[in-house]
Design a protein around this ligand. Structure first.
Ligand code: GLY
Ligand code: MN
Ligand code: MN
Length: 441
């Protein structure tokens, strides 16, 4: 089976990364023989006995596609990795772990009833790096505190999570395929005058999803709600007066996420908005084509600001000297106030966005683009989003109504477009050996 081959290759590649991390980061004063990754512990809300929905730690899911608390993976150089599958005897919850040969064959699986039974199976030296949130558990297992989430190891692993194996790319492709089908159903629900709630249900039911199956809370905004970047509610009122839908929604395949945004305007809407919609879509495709190995991702963000400014000028929302308007992106930032994208993988905003190298040297976002979530040079294997937007956001625009800068803005047109909310177009892009590949289209 092709999937089994891809997964075997994935495990071989990440084993090499772990092996190299231990070999290069172990020091005489701090030897490290193995890594134990804990998926996490289940928590409850404060003062309550109700469980918080559990999401396993990404580095655990990098090995094992199981979303369950208290699962563990032990990596020892030169050995087949061990998966400690903790299955408590229980009659309150179904604790069975659905296991499939395509992934399970890559591990020695030891089934335990309680997590602490892992003690009997750990290397006697206890020079084990523990990765996971529950460091109290690690201490109980006798693992030394200085190796709990050892920073250098974690940085190294985060850095390499940025480059995806063939298995991961195929899972991301599948998560995209699922979401694209959901988006098509959502679009139809909008065209049929559905409410935000109706559109949300249309997206979920296409893939028989529960809300907890989503990689993030669906953003489904009609009209002005499209201008609230992470709009989190779903109005039940019918959409028979609606003009615009902005939907940002994704799916998950074996823990790998997609993150896709589409914007639609009903026929008969403002022609400038229609032009902007077409313009942002074309800009997104152009940016995706620009990506190449060695290019700083930041450059894409700056190109997006140039493209947004061009759209604002050509649609007469803004007038004046282009160079002055472009200075510090102060005009385009009023309409495009977020980053152009982020790494995507096991987490929708995947780890590893801010590294200069695998030694942990940081590349934080530049001061002028503090919302940018990816500030690395592009490398083969990276999967990331490209998501330009153009919004009419009163909170950002209103303070400029009487400012010097505001003299360059066409307020009459802006006021006519505020009821349309805004536009975002977001695809997931894989930088393959042969250049960028759009996994969404
Ligand atoms: N869905 C959140 C984002 O686009 O980053
Ligand atoms: Mn998104
Ligand atoms: Mn995104």
């Amino acid at each position: 089976m092709e999937k089994a081959r891809r997964f075997a290759d994935h495990v071989r590649q990440i084993s090499q990364i772990y092996e190299k991390a231990l070999a290069t980061l172990s020091r005489e004063a701090q030897p490290m023989d193995a890594v134990l990754i804990h998926s996490g512990s289940e928590g409850v809300y404060f003062g309550d006995d109700r469980h918080i929905y559990f999401e396993a730690f990404g580095h655990f899911n990098h090995w094992v596609p199981v979303n369950r608390p208290d699962q563990m993976l032990l990596f020892q150089p030169g050995k087949k990795p061990t998966y400690f599958q903790v299955v408590p005897p229980d009659f309150w919850y179904d604790q069975t772990v659905a296991q499939e040969a395509w992934w399970a064959d890559q591990f020695d699986i030891i089934r335990l009833e309680k997590p602490e039974q892992v003690m009997d199976h750990l290397p006697a030296t206890r020079r084990i790096v523990f990765l996971g949130e529950n460091t109290g558990f690690a201490a109980d297992m006798g693992l030394p505190a200085y190796l709990h989430n050892e920073r250098n190891v974690l940085n190294y692993l985060d850095y390499y999570r940025g480059m995806k194996t063939e298995y991961e790319v195929e899972e991301l492709r599948e998560a995209n395929r699922m979401a694209v089908a959901g988006h098509e159903a959502a679009k139809q629900a909008f065209l049929n005058f559905g409410s935000e709630w109706d559109i949300h249900q249309a997206f979920l039911s296409t893939n028989q999803m529960l809300e907890t199956d989503s990689p993030y809370t669906n953003i489904i905004g009609l009209d002005e709600h499209a201008a609230i970047l992470h709009y989190q509610y779903k109005q039940r009122a019918k959409g028979d007066q609606s003009r615009v839908l902005l939907i940002d929604a994704g799916c998950v395949s074996n823990r790998y996420c997609s993150d896709i945004t589409r914007t639609y305007m009903r026929e008969g809407g403002h022609e400038v908005f229609a032009g902007l919609l077409q313009g942002v879509d074309a800009l997104e495709l152009k940016l995706a084509d620009m990506v190449e190995v060695g290019m700083p991702y930041r450059q894409l963000h700056e190109a997006a600001h140039d493209g947004i400014l061009d759209l604002l000028i050509s649609h007469e929302l803004v007038s004046g000297n282009r160079d002055e308007l472009a200075e510090n992106q102060r005009v385009s930032k009023l309409f495009f106030p977020h980053g152009i994208g982020h790494l995507i993988g096991l987490q929708v905003h995947d780890v590893g966005g801010f590294f200069k190298d695998d030694h942990g040297a940081l590349a934080p976002p530049p001061e002028e683009h503090r919302f940018l979530r990816l500030n690395r040079e592009m490398q083969t294997g990276m999967v990331f989003t490209i998501e330009p937007g153009l919004y009419f956001i009163p909170v950002l625009l209103d303070p400029e109504r009487n400012s010097a800068l505001g003299k360059n803005l066409n307020w009459q047109l802006i006021d006519a477009l505020i009821p349309y909310g805004g536009i975002r177009i977001e695809d997931n892009i894989w930088l393959s050996e042969n250049g960028p590949v759009n996994l969404t289209r």
